[in-house]
Design a protein around this ligand. Structure first.
Ligand code: SF4
Ligand code: SF4
Length: 472
């Protein structure tokens, strides 16, 4: 029985409701009158529910799809402007007791190099990341109570925040670790994490259990209810995601939106971010094994529909995707991307030797951070290293209030420009710096509030004089 407010996984992600939704969407995929009404509703920028969004996903009318893309682009402009927030993943350990059949870290894979970083090695990784210009990390670790207990994760977070190399600093650590207890989530909150990220992988219970045959992750309910426990533990920024390519994408899409609706209904705040990874080739894993893969067109449609369905939720694309695909989906609503990622344990400080196969998946976009920053600016985007909300305590509903009051141009926009200026001063090559300085001059003019504009001019000038870490 479907109940958005239930705390039971099988009730807030009801299989029956998803199947009904898919049938409803299929029956109405050519109902242009209904589709127009849904698009009109989406134009109000208050989002769509899973049934409405699923009808648009099923619709194959080229003209309507074009309208959806235009709307996604417009909503992105209104809520996020042309800023793209940058981050990098940091793999701490690939020891894992689970048996996920799509991941090379699964416990039975005997030919992958198992590694766990010591605090000294973490320091070296963080210095390498700071030397690129990163300010925001997402730490990743397999599930292993012996090798990667919560104490190890907490100690690692402390180490990361403590390192200040030259002008570098990691100002926000997001955490992507296995589902855990309320008590452990409370400890993570106390350690000062940003977003807690946990991908559902698939919302279909039967498929979920087949894809996770062994280990604690096999428990569908425990995994699916993790975000409720995280919020109970005081973490109010949580990041959802599914691994597209595992189950039928229409099913996943409906499940993802139902999960977002559930968090909003129960906790009063929806997900902070949604990630849209697609399954990739990796050691011991062949994506061709999974026959529910999605092509680039459908992938773009999903991105656009996430943007119009949950306008206040950030959307993340990783280096799993190629430059070409990233270019296609950036205008459709992506707000965060990773750059210069290494998906192996210890991959930043020391470039991997050929025989080292500790990576979780193959990276498609292998450019340096400076190349990514340069490319974004040439496309008209502002690469942003902003972490201001987290540091000002604007999380959860306070962050949402910032978005809903449309204070983006008076807050996120100058913050993005100031953090970009820091990047240009400290890490960029000459060409990137030149493009960036011109962009900052142009973009400063767009700040509507004259007082904020004046202050932003002064701060940006002071950054050029060596001062750091200004924020609104
Ligand atoms: S997906 Fe996560 S839990 Fe599963 S094997 Fe990989 S690292 Fe372990
Ligand atoms: S001000 Fe807050 S919402 Fe805006 S870019 Fe910075 S961290 Fe994100």
């Amino acid at each position: 029985m479907y109940d958005v407010k239930s705390l039971k996984a099988e009730e807030f992600i009801s299989d029956e409701e998803i199947k009904y939704t898919l049938k409803y969407a299929q029956d109405n995929k050519d109902n242009l009158e209904l589709i127009d009404r849904i698009i009109e509703k989406a134009k109000l920028r208050k989002g769509l529910d899973h049934r409405e969004a699923s009808v648009l996903l099923a619709c194959e009318d080229k003209e309507k799809i074009e309208q959806i893309y235009e709307l996604a682009h417009q909503i992105k402009q209104d809520f996020y402007g042309n800023r793209i927030v940058m981050f990098a993943p940091l793999y701490l350990s690939n020891y894992c007791v689970n048996g996920c059949v799509y991941c090379p870290y699964h416990a039975k894979n005997k030919h992958i190099a198992r590694k766990k970083l010591t605090q000294e090695q973490i320091k070296a990784e963080v210095i390498a990341l700071q030397d690129m210009g990163h300010k925001r990390l997402a730490i990743e670790a397999g599930e292993d109570p012996v090798n990667n207990p919560i104490e190890y994760i907490l100690e690692s977070i402390k180490t990361i925040y403590s390192i200040n190399h030259k002008n570098g600093a990691i100002r926000r650590v997001n955490v992507n670790i296995a589902a855990t207890t309320v008590e452990n989530y409370r400890k993570l909150k106390e350690a000062g994490i940003g977003t807690y990220i946990l991908f559902q992988e698939t919302y279909c219970k039967e498929a979920y259990e087949n894809l996770h045959p062994t280990g604690p992750k096999h428990d569908y309910a425990y995994h699916t209810e993790a975000m409720d426990r995280a919020m109970e533990g005081g973490i109010d920024d949580v990041g959802l995601g599914v691994l597209f390519g595992l189950e039928m994408y229409k099913y996943e899409f409906a499940g993802l939106l139902m999960h977002a609706e559930h968090l909003e209904a129960v906790h009063g705040v929806g997900p902070h971010t949604i990630s849209v990874p697609r399954i990739k080739r990796a050691d011991d894993i062949d994506p061709d094994m999974f026959d529910n893969g999605i092509d680039d067109e459908i992938f773009a449609k999903i991105c656009a529909l996430i943007r119009v369905s949950v306008p206040y939720t950030g959307m993340i694309i990783s280096t799993r995707e190629s430059q070409k695909v990233r270019e296609k989906v950036l205008p459709l609503g992506v707000s965060q991307i990773s750059g210069a990622s290494r998906t192996s344990v210890g991959g930043y400080a020391k470039h991997e030797m050929e025989e080292d196969n500790s990576a979780q998946f193959d990276v498609s976009d292998t450019r340096t951070l400076d190349e990514v920053v340069n490319w974004l600016m040439k496309l008209g985007y502002i690469p942003s290293f902003c972490t201001a909300c987290y540091r000002e305590g604007r999380t959860g509903d306070r962050f949402m209030a910032l978005c809903k009051n449309m204070q983006i141009l008076n807050c996120c926009h100058p913050n993005a420009l100031m953090t970009l200026k820091e990047y240009l001063e400290d890490y960029a090559n000459e060409e990137t710096k030149k493009i960036g300085l011109e962009l900052i001059d142009k973009e400063l003019e767009k700040i509507p509030n004259p007082k904020v504009k004046q202050t932003a001019y002064e701060y940006i000038h002071d950054i050029g004089e060596g001062k750091r870490d200004f924020r609104f």
